[in-house]
Ligand binder design. Structure first.
Ligand code: SAH
Length: 594
């Protein structure tokens, strides 16, 4: 029984609507709310209270016993905008109840149990189309069922709070109760072949394949359609749009391929304005890619022919365009098929992974950009130094695979990240500050070929975090120099320090000093001192934005380098830099006015 409790007119209306929607399943408790809620709490398996969440917390707190025994409690606000699963999300069924209340009242269900909140967004906001009983499978996840994820190829998906199937390419067993399956193939269970009719005559692809019937006979399966197919088309002048659409559908259906996985149509440049082809692409809702005849002619295909060679200058349009459209590693999935005036062939793209190179900022959470946080949530694999992973672990959704390693394993981290992306995953390679500044971006991108997508997310680098603490030391031209001679010979470093000294640049030293590297910083400072006054300001920032942050301003003459360690940057002013009210200020180019 679901107990309903309200204190206001709007609340009572809400009760009436729920009672009407669920005949025989509800009991409305009248009278003062304290007593009404206590009675409902004691007598019902579930309670919906049209009261402020805070009020319900206070009223039910003294009544709580054990998670297993307490009813699930949902609260709804006066305006019926939110249905909050307050208590008993799983055991009490409050998460599911909030969704059900939301459906009746048009309220947004608010579910705060961690994995469920993620599951809901995950299944509803996948970057690729999903078909099948999404609500039912989401509900299964909500109810704590183990829902497996199957994938023919590991397309770059966000982490899903699902159990990964034992091996890629494995299909769910016929008896599977609920699953998510990433595949561009249409599954036709033998038991229910007619329900798998894959299209309608209007050619929109709105057949069973696109509806909830996709899982009929194989339990509740949500199919996720990766954009893995490119259909090459050729046609004689004047071909009808309907003929092209039907041929494309026939090519896909004949091979059991999902229409929603079609990423593009492709053809020869000469046909880029052919109405039947342009119209077919529009009907299918995909872009039309076109290629020069010479480019198509260079693609080896199984079924070249003389007709297109004479007409447009290539022995293959459909097969060659499909393969070019699919890109490197693409393979022909359906050889050329013909209708009266058109040809079509289908190629399957190699899964294209995604590598996000993400700067985490200097340390403080509010200096990590929202975009960096979004990329971390989107990646199913995170690669990085263990101490940086620790910094952001709480941002990673359940199901994220974390590949962390210790100091020094840079090359290996870079290789791992690229290899994971090449395998088709969505990968985030993380680094402190900006991941491109003395960090992982360059070794990774030096490894990467053009078979993966790369996205860079800038971060607040140490020099900027330090400058903000010091004042305005970077107000004019400035340079960063790493004093680490691990990868760079000292004479190169020294040459750059000299050049900075001679050209009066403000200098920020990264990697300034470690236990085994103690003479480089004094040496660099002495070179600068050859061109700058002894009272030139020097800013020292240790652990910017972290709990042990320390900032000091000294001068070239007085600076004690033993205060410097590897978590420090040192910023040396130029000849115009001054200290004003305890802050380092470099004027913007004009002469200093004192
Ligand atoms: N990618 C990083 C730099 C890596 S090199 C960035 O963009 O900031 C490592 C050096 O950066 C350290 O030796 C230190 O000099 C500097 N550094 C990194 N984080 C710092 C912080 N929070 N405070 C001060 N210096 C820092």
């Amino acid at each position: 029984m679901i107990g309903l409790v309200a204190a206001t007119v709007a609340g009572r209306q809400g009760c009436e609507r729920l009672a009407a929607a669920w005949p025989g399943r509800t009991r409305t408790y009248q009278g003062p709310v304290k007593e009404a809620l206590a009675a409902a709490f004691g007598e019902c398996e579930q309670v919906v209270a049209f009261l402020a969440a805070g009020a319900v917390v206070r009223l039910v707190a003294p009544l709580l016993s054990a998670k297993r025994d307490d009813p699930g409690v949902v609260t709804v606000d006066e305006a019926h905008r939110h249905a909050v699963a307050l208590l008993g999300g799983h055991a009490g069924g409050a998460n599911a109840l909030a969704a059900a209340v939301g459906e009746v009242l048009g309220a947004a269900p608010v579910v705060t149990t961690a994995t469920d909140a993620v599951a809901i967004t995950a299944l509803d906001t996948l970057p690729y189309p999903a078909q099948g009983p999404i609500a039912a499978v989401t509900r299964a996840v909500l109810d704590g069922e183990r829902v497996p994820l199957y994938a023919d190829t590991p397309w770059p998906l966000p982490p899903l709070p699902l159990d990964h199937a034992p091996a890629p390419g494995t299909a769910p067993p016929a008896s599977t109760p609920a699953a998510v399956w990433v595949t561009d193939r249409v599954v036709r269970p033998a038991a229910d072949a007619t329900a798998q009719e894959t299209g309608t005559a209007d050619g929109t692809g709105a057949g069973a394949e696109n509806g909830t019937g996709a899982g009929a006979g194989t339990g509740r399966i949500v199919f996720v359609r990766p954009p893995s197919l490119v259909v090459g088309v050729g046609a004689s002048r004047g071909v009808g749009e309907q003929e092209v659409v039907e041929l494309v559908h026939a090519a896909l259906d004949g091979a059991g391929l999902a229409r929603l996985s079609v990423a593009a149509l492709a053809t020869v440049d000469a046909k880029k304005d052919e109405p039947g082809i342009v119209g077919a692409a529009a009907r299918l809702g995909v872009p039309l890619l076109t290629y020069p005849a010479q480019a198509l002619a260079a693609v080896p295909v199984p079924n070249p022919s003389a007709a297109p060679l004479a007409a447009v200058g290539t022995p293959s349009v459909a097969e060659a365009a499909a393969l070019l459209g699919a890109g490197p590693g693409g393979e022909l999935a359906v050889e050329k098929r013909k209708s009266a005036m058109a040809t079509a062939a289908v190629a399957r793209r190699r899964a294209r992974g995604r590598l996000a190179v993400v700067g985490l900022g200097p340390g403080a959470r509010d200096l990590l950009t929202p975009r960096a946080a979004a990329e971390l949530r989107r990646a199913s694999v995170v690669v990085g130094l263990d101490q940086y992973v620790a910094q952001i672990r709480d941002l990673l959704p359940p199901g994220t695979r974390v590949l962390e390693s210790g100091l020094g394993a840079e090359e290996e981290r870079a290789r791992t990240a690229v290899a994971q992306a090449r395998a088709g995953h969505a990968v985030a390679l993380i680094g402190s500050g900006d991941a491109g500044v003395y960090a992982m971006a360059s070794p990774a991108l030096a490894e990467a070929a053009d078979d993966i997508d790369v996205v860079g997310v800038p971060g607040v680098t140490a020099a900027l975090a330090a400058a903000a603490l010091l004042g305005a030391p970077l107000g004019h031209d400035h340079v960063s120099i790493s004093l680490s001679d691990l990868h760079t010979p000292w004479d190169v470093i020294e040459r750059r320090v000299r050049a900075a000294a001679e050209s009066d640049l403000v200098v920020t030293f990264y990697n300034p000093r470690s236990r085994g590297r103690d003479w480089q910083l004094p040496k660099a400072l002495s070179i600068l001192a050859g061109h700058r006054a002894p009272d030139t300001p020097v800013g020292i920032v240790h652990a910017a934005s972290r709990p042990d942050e320390r900032t000091a301003i000294s001068t070239l003459a007085a600076f004690d380098v033993t205060t410097v360690d590897m978590v420090t940057v040192v910023t040396v002013g130029n000849t115009a830099t001054r200290v004003v009210a305890g802050r380092m200020v470099t004027p913007r180019g004009y002469r200093w006015q004192s």
